[in-house]
Design a protein around this ligand. Sequence first.
Ligand code: ADE
Ligand code: ZN
Length: 326
Amino acid sequence: AELKQLVRRLPKTELHLHIEGSLEPDMVFALAERNGISLPYASAAELAQKYDFENLQSFLDLYYQATDVLQTEEDFFDLTWAYLQRCAAENVVHVEIFFDPQSHTDRGIPFAEVVQGIDRALQQAQSELAISSQLIMCFLRHLPEDSALETWQQAQPWLHLIHGVGLDSSESGFPPELFQRVFAQARAAGLKCVAHAGEEGPADYIEQALDLLAVDRIDHGVRITESDTLMRRVAIEGIALTVCPLSNVRLCVYDQLADHPLLSLLDDGLQVMINSDDPAYFGGYLCANYDAVIDALAPNQAQIVQLVKNSFAASFMPEVEKLARL
Ligand code: ADE
Ligand code: ZN
């Protein structure tokens, strides 16, 4: 209980958060009503009952379906603002938010509506909640690289609002090597690069993300435990892994949180930290992830402090601000 209090007191960052994954069942219903959309569920409670996933794909099927209720700039603002208010309540002072433009543009929502709505909430959070933020645009890896390249073109007028690019969606069978051209363009434009790798996919995908996409961070990356060589390399190069404990259990990467390698990775010197991934679907926001780790893995205080420190060290905050936090 003392450690859980400490977690709440400490300022924290969140570096792996899909804004569409913060869409709560209640908001799905509210937005469906506002936009005149009929849902195949009678209530938010009935929808929430479907959140019993077998793997990444069974989650993604529901996640993409729910995003259909997001239509206007105001919807994206409301979604993002709701998440940022949660951050304020949990003393999360800096966030790096993923969004999936293709899941919106592919159903006719203009890129501008999406990015402007999200950005307006981020600006308001800076001024009203003192939360700093950066926006990371993810490419959907189950779609061809040409679609990612087209999205990269659509993003050009908005690059002043976008700090990085990422790679997400169905991992197995969609290796990082398929996206070398679009990542090269993003890097050349000065954006940070990250990729989901080693969540369900093999450790080799982590290596590909580093060697072929030149990523600055790996999202998830837990299957790195399958390669001692890669573990040593990632430790030496100081590549961070944005780990998401509750997500990994809910998507059956591990049977139970007690099996999770978070603390052994930390003790091996890897730069890992705790994140919530898709909190509306996986059982809670950042503090709930810390609480679950505390209950299942019994970290000591030094380990908790290190995880929080890593969340700042691995962030894309300006170095000067980072130093002030460490
Ligand atoms: N999109 C949203 N959450 C994701 C996850 N955990 N893995 C891959 N793609 C995602
Ligand atoms: Zn993710």
